[in-house]
Design a protein around this ligand. Structure first.
Ligand SMILES: Nc1ncnc2c1ncn2[C@@H]1O[C@H](COP(=O)(O)OP(=O)(O)O)[C@@H](O)[C@H]1O
Ligand SMILES: Nc1ccn([C@H]2C[C@H](O)[C@@H](COP(=O)(O)OP(=O)(O)O)O2)c(=O)n1
Ligand SMILES: [Mg+2]
Length: 235
């Protein structure tokens, strides 16, 4: 009999203990969460990231359309070119190498660019990212997959005739070292040889959305809008 009572009491006490422990755990995690928020510690990234790569030749209107996507759909905009130009301006160890590469119309080693993108993603409290001007090569693409470990949900390709891209870049007027005819010609060759294979890769994967990038900025955005609107509906 005592055994039954003993075993009963032990099962009561163990279940009581388990419940108490579970309450304490819940409380602990709640209080930890509150304390972290109060201290401004970065909250755990609960949502799966939603990644959009924005591709297209130089001057195809990627940056211009990204501004509209941010305004309408609340993405964080990470321009690979802007991040690299920021490195040059900050006179970091890689700055001189990046400047020469950009002047030459070539592509900066992937390791450098992906690390800059990774840092921005980690600092952001957004989970929806527009990664503009990346990946520009197969090496860029593979490096992102290896370092960040995720694939894009959407890949936009702004498809624009070369003569229109050249005209736009020469009129861009942002004081960029690469906005001159000599560099643009090199960039167009690099785009054909190294970036088009990436675009084809995503086309085969069924992730590519091609936008006819001629017309007014608003006309072009009307092709972009339904792509993201469809994802908003899905949830
Ligand atoms: N639809 C458009 N029609 C004419 N000019 C445009 C259009 N979209 C952008 N531009 C202009 O063309 C230049 C290049 O655009 P930008 O967004 O910087 O392209 P990208 O980021 O693809 O190089 C900018 O000066 C921009 O104001
Ligand atoms: N993934 C990338 C993106 C940009 N770069 C370098 C080389 C590019 O010619 C320059 C400028 O890129 P950016 O995207 O700002 O250029 P456009 O907006 O297309 O004119 O930066 C790079 O090396 N790798
Ligand atoms: Mg741009």
């Amino acid at each position: 009999m005592w055994r039954r009572v003993a075993s009963l009491s032990s099962s009561i006490s163990s279940s009581f203990l388990a419940q108490t422990a579970s309450r304490l755990n819940t409380w602990e995690s709640l209080t930890t969460g509150i304390a972290q928020q109060a201290k401004g510690v970065i909250a755990p990234k609960e949502k799966t990231p939603f990644i959009t790569f924005v591709l297209g030749g130089p001057g195809s209107g990627k940056g211009t359309q990204c501004i509209k996507i941010v305004e309408t759909f609340g993405f964080a905009h990470l321009s690979a070119g802007d991040l690299l130009r920021r490195e040059i301006a900050s006179k970091s160890a890689d700055g001189a190498m990046i400047l020469n590469t950009i002047k030459e119309g070539k592509i900066v080693p992937s390791q450098v660019t992906v690390k800059l993108i990774q840092k921005e993603m980690e600092l952001s409290d957004n989970h929806k990212f527009l990664i503009d001007g990346f990946p520009r090569t197969e090496e860029n693409r593979v490096s992102f997959e290896q370092i960040i470990g995720v694939e894009p949900n959407v890949v936009l390709f702004f498809d624009c005739p070369e003569e229109e891209m050249v005209k736009r870049v020469l009129n861009r007027n942002e004081g960029r070292v690469d906005d001159n005819l000599e560099t643009i010609k090199k960039r167009l060759t690099v785009f054909q040889a190294l970036s088009l294979p990436v675009i084809n890769y995503y086309s085969e994967k069924g992730k590519l959305y091609t936008i006819k990038a001629i017309g007014t900025e608003d006309e072009i955005f009307e092709q972009v809008r339904p792509i993201f609107a469809a994802f908003e509906t899905v949830g």
